[in-house]
Each structure stands twice: as C-alpha cells, then as structure tokens.
Design a protein. Structure first.
Length: 61
C-alpha cells in the first residue's frame, strides 16, 4: 500500500473495506467503500458499492 492517499485506487479501497468487514469493523468498511464509490464514474457501480457496505449506524427498521 502507498503512503499517499491520492495514489490509492478504487480496488485498494474495496480490498481494505472487505478486510475491515471481515474483521467486524463495519463502520470503517463503510467509510472505505464510500470513498471507493466516490471515485468511480459510473453511478450504477457506485450504488452497488454502497449497497454492499451500508452504514451500520443507520437504523433501518
């Protein structure tokens, strides 16, 4: 991984989001996925990313 966040790719953010989700760190996974979604040009892809990593602090009931 790089030290400069500007050098990170969408894939880098998604890899880390998967790692954080696996470790039970769901909010951090959400934040990383949100950054990945901001970096893609396709709105459908961004929606898909956001759907996979919803905000765990939002009450969905």
């Amino acid at each position: 991984m790089t030290n400069d966040p500007a050098d990170l790719t969408v894939a880098d953010y998604l890899d880390e989001a998967r790692d954080m989700a696996s470790a039970g760190r769901l909010f951090l996974a959400h934040l990383l996925a949100e950054e990945a979604a901001r970096r893609v040009n396709d709105p459908a892809t961004a929606r898909n990313i956001r759907a996979q990593y919803p905000d765990p602090t939002t009450d969905r009931s």
